[in-house]
Design a protein around this ligand. Structure first.
Ligand code: ATP
Length: 448
């Protein structure tokens, strides 16, 4: 983990948030390379969900959430962790993570009884802070999918089975954020709510587990480092009939990468409840609770059904940590030296190719290199950079470390023969290729 954290900072993937003021626990910022990697991962998920499935639609809903939604969903009452306070050093811990019932900070056994601690961030809405006009920062993206169920069905004429997918920020006031970006307070989720005919839910649950495992493999996660955990009944979230957690061997241990839950009709059912069944205390939302039945007409029987929901829910940050961990390699070279190489799948690499003129500031070489860069950039495969440092060896080392699949050197032969030398990150082999073939070469490399 230490090597990964250090690489992330040194090369500009991930920084502690607010570092110049001492940082903020459980919050990270993605730097120039991190944002590219993150966007690429999200794009891979979006394509696999929405572009490859005509029965899945996308959504980008508000983060600030109406408290009534989170009351109906059960989050106000149940989205909490049991927490203890240490009476000696005044620190606060999750009671289920204590060892031998001792404070991990000072070792004292003088702890309070566990009390539920709600993980949702509450914030004032509007100019008057009267304690009642508040909203929550959403703790999961799922609820806005359920509350938009009718809008999406009505506007896109969907029939079962179909899905609504969303990528976006979620916030949880974790008591003990830890392990770099594994457990943080602000993170992104990639969530699909897949609506199915009740009775077909278990079959779809299995299908989605298989599809998600395949997808993680396509992102470079080796199946040897994955285990499935069938969550026991007494550990299930309040909405779940069954959950399979996709567990990954992170550097700090085996932990959840993605949860795939059978949420039954819990959420659509709850949001369909009539106004008079509710006990609403938040004035601002008093007239806004859902009184629309969130159901869909079965095309064969014409009956209205409240669908069951299968939810694959993955964390972007945990995905990035797992992918970086898989890709990170330190190799011994024949000359006795070492090289650090990030063997990312090319579609995830922050930089797709570096174009390097052999000699720094040589006008002709730099002009041709810029031309090559621009023609490759036009393909829209991701970022291509022109690296005018004049130090090819250093360029290769830097690009190995940040996972750039190809380095393209423009030398004096290039001026004469219109060729370039391509160096492959993984094999380190070099190949001379005609400049007018570079576009095809890159497309093949990135798209496979
Ligand atoms: P955990 O048991 O590790 O707290 P969870 O079961 O509460 O996770 P879910 O509610 O199933 O997590 O959320 C779906 C996904 O969102 C998780 O699989 C994970 O990838 C991501 N996630 C949840 N909480 C966090 C967090 N605090 N930091 C980073 N990612 C998170």
């Amino acid at each position: 983990m230490d090597d990964l954290v250090s690489l992330c900072k040194r090369r500009g993937f991930i920084f502690q948030s607010g570092e110049i003021y001492g940082g903020m626990q459980g919050m990270y910022d993605f730097g120039p390379l991190g944002v590219e990697l993150k966007n690429n991962l999200k794009q891979a998920w979006w394509s696999s969900m929405i572009y490859e499935n005509d029965n899945i639609e996308g959504l980008d809903a508000a983060i600030l959430s109406n408290p009534t939604v989170l009351r109906y969903s059960g989050h106000e009452d149940t989205f909490s962790d049991p927490m203890v306070d240490c009476k000696s050093c005044k620190s606060r811990w999750r009671s289920d993570l204590l060892q031998n019932n001792k404070c991990p900070g000072c070792g004292s056994s003088d702890l309070t009884e566990p009390r539920p601690f709600n993980l949702m961030f509450k914030t004032n809405i509007g100019p008057i802070d009267d304690g009642e006009t508040f909203g929550y920062l959403r703790p999961e993206t799922a609820q806005s999918i359920f509350t938009n169920f009718k809008n999406v069905v009505d506007s896109s004429s969907k029939s079962l089975p179909f899905g609504i997918a969303q990528i976006g920020k979620a916030f949880r006031n974790e008591i003990t954020p830890r392990n770099f970006i594994f457990r943080v307070r602000e993170f992104e989720q990639m969530e699909l709510e897949f609506f199915v005919v009740p009775g077909t839910d278990e079959e779809w649950h299995k299908k989605w587990v298989d599809m998600r495992l395949l997808w993680w493999e396509q992102q470079g996660i080796s199946s040897e480092n994955i285990e499935l955990y069938d969550v026991p009944k007494d550990e299930l979230a309040h909405y779940s009939k069954g959950t399979i957690d996709v567990m990954y061997k992170f550097p700090h241990g085996l932990e959840e990468l993605e949860g795939i839950a059978n949420r039954t009709d819990f959420d659509l059912g709850s949001h369909s409840k009539k106004q008079d069944e509710l006990n609403i205390t938040a004035n601002v939302m008093k007239n806004n609770s859902s009184n629309t039945r969130l159901a869909i007409q079965d095309q064969n029987t014409n009956e209205w059904v409240v669908p069951y929901v299968i939810e694959p829910s993955a964390g972007v940050e945990r995905g990035i940590l797992a992918i970086m961990n898989e890709a990170y390699n330190v190799e011994q070279l024949e000359n006795g030296k070492e090289r650090t190489v990030l063997k990312l799948k090319p579609h995830l690499s922050p930089i797709k190719a570096a174009v390097i003129p052999l000699k720094k500031n040589n006008e002709e070489l730099v002009a041709l290199a810029s031309e090559v860069k621009n023609s490759l950039q036009k393909l829209n495969l991701g970022r291509i950079i022109l690296e005018n440092t004049g130090n090819i060896g250093k360029g290769y080392r830097r690009h190995d470390e940040i996972g750039t699949p190809l380095c393209i050197t423009i030398d004096f032969d290039s001026l004469e023969n219109k060729t370039a030398t391509i160096r492959d990150r993984d094999s380190m082999e070099q190949e001379v290729v005609a400049i007018n073939e570079l576009q095809n070469y890159l497309i093949k490399k990135i798209n496979g």
